[in-house]
Design a binder for this molecule. Structure first.
Ligand SMILES: Nc1ncnc2c1ncn2[C@@H]1O[C@H](COP(=O)(O)OP(=O)(O)OP(=O)(O)O)[C@@H](O)[C@H]1O
Length: 231
């Protein structure tokens, strides 16, 4: 479904990704793990056309490397960035409306799905998004992206700063997405959530993939965990 090959990315003169290669198949949750600064967010941004990059990004059989971010989003790739991407002066409901692909075209998800999944957003549907808590804004960003009906969602550190109970909930939601046919590329630091929900795990270090395999194999690999992860 998504195939990334020989991906290099640059911030000006700084060369931060060095030939990243991996794939995400239909219906999979793939965890992209690594320490801060290892290049996970840059990988997401390079796939979405948001940083200068070279190499190949194949999405559903077509090359999307070099395309504009909005074109990539229209092709069914959803991106939930680390910093909350909401319109603070609009209400929760208006934010969700803006996420819809088009008002007429019915996607896989409607308002009821979002409010069912996150009752807190339903309670606050008429509230300005800017006054929501950090966790609620994160949920809203995820829901707004889902309203665009993506086939694959790249989600950057959704559990950052959340209480352990909420982290578990986020895991449940991501599994729900998978059960509705949405693939997930989950950027994470927490090995526990990745172990609990992902089909495969990738570990990044210094801008390259240093491990790929099942979560169980990763758990059993003390060297990789010690060298490249904070566990
Ligand atoms: N806008 C930028 N300009 C210059 N260098 C950057 C920029 N953003 C990231 N970098 C550098 O690129 C490298 C990879 O960073 P990246 O943000 O992709 O890592 P990460 O694994 O997602 O970690 P984090 O969660 O801390 O963002 C780091 O060395 C970082 O300092």
């Amino acid at each position: 479904m998504l195939q990334v090959a020989n991906l290099h990315a640059f911030y000006g003169k700084s060369h931060v990704l060095h030939g990243v290669e991996f794939d995400v198949r239909a219906g999979e949750i793939v965890a992209l793990l690594g320490r801060n600064g290892s290049g996970r967010s840059t990988t997401a941004k390079a796939i979405m056309g948001m940083v200068e990059s070279t190499g190949s990004v194949h999405w559903k059989g077509q090359e999307i490397q070099g395309r504009k971010p909005y074109e990539i989003a229209h092709l069914g790739l959803g991106y939930v960035p680390e910093n909350r991407d909401i319109f603070p002066k609009l209400t929760v409901h208006q934010n969700l409306m803006l996420g819809q692909k088009s008002a007429k075209q019915k996607g896989r998800w409607g308002f009821d799905d979002m409010y069912g999944m996150f009752p807190r957003l339903k309670e606050r549907q008429h509230t300005e998004a800017g006054v929501l808590s950090g966790g609620e804004q994160q949920m809203l960003t995820l829901c707004r992206t889902l309203m665009g009906d993506p086939d694959l969602i790249i989600i950057d550190e959704p559990t950052e700063g959340l209480a352990p109970k909420i982290v578990e909930l986020v895991g449940e939601y991501l599994k729900k997405l998978k059960s509705r046919g949405v693939s997930v590329l989950l950027i994470e630091q927490k090995l526990t959530i990745a172990m609990a929900i992902s089909d495969r795990a990738l570990v990044m270090g210094h801008g390259s993939i240093v491990f790929h395999g099942t979560p169980d194999t990763l758990w059993a690999d003390a060297y990789i965990r010690k060298e490249w992860l904070e566990v």
